[in-house]
Design a binder for this molecule. Structure first.
Ligand SMILES: [Zn+2]
Ligand SMILES: [Zn+2]
Length: 137
């Protein structure tokens, strides 16, 4: 396997047989809930390369972008693991914090900056977008 990921308690393990396609930092309001107050860091992989072992619970919602999203987390420890967009079924987004190597791919852009709190620290070296931008693939 090229890369691995999993949750804090270890009951969910994820094997990824592909290199990441892209990584973005998202400050949308919904991600602030998932990130405990900060942005989420989302690393995108081809969905068919991602194999999950263990029980994952899913929460469905409509994102600020209007996309219907499913977000997966470990029911035991609550670690946010996945984000799936109904409109892009060929992509799986894995939260960077769940990767065994969080250095795998640094964020290449920051999105939804208009929703970020005043104290948010936005890297001036990265492209910043006030809201959603076109999908990575
Ligand atoms: Zn867990
Ligand atoms: Zn978001």
């Amino acid at each position: 396997m090229a890369h691995e990921a999993g949750c804090l308690c270890g009951s969910v393990r994820i094997a990824i047989d592909a290199e990441p396609l892209a990584a973005r930092m998202c400050w949308c309001r919904l991600c602030q809930y998932l990130g405990g107050g900060t942005a989420t860091e989302n690393v995108c992989f081809p969905a068919e390369a991602v194999e999950t072992n263990g029980d994952v619970r899913w929460h469905e919602s409509i994102a600020d972008s209007g996309n219907r999203m499913r977000r997966g987390f470990c029911p035991t420890c609550g670690t946010p693991l996945f984000s799936l967009a109904e409109s892009r079924p060929h992509l799986t987004f894995i939260r960077a914090g769940a990767l065994d190597d969080p250095n795998l791919l640094a964020p290449q852009a920051i999105i939804w900056t208009e929703a970020a709190p005043d104290w948010a620290c936005l890297d001036p070296a990265l492209p910043q977008h006030p809201a959603q931008i076109p999908p990575v693939a």
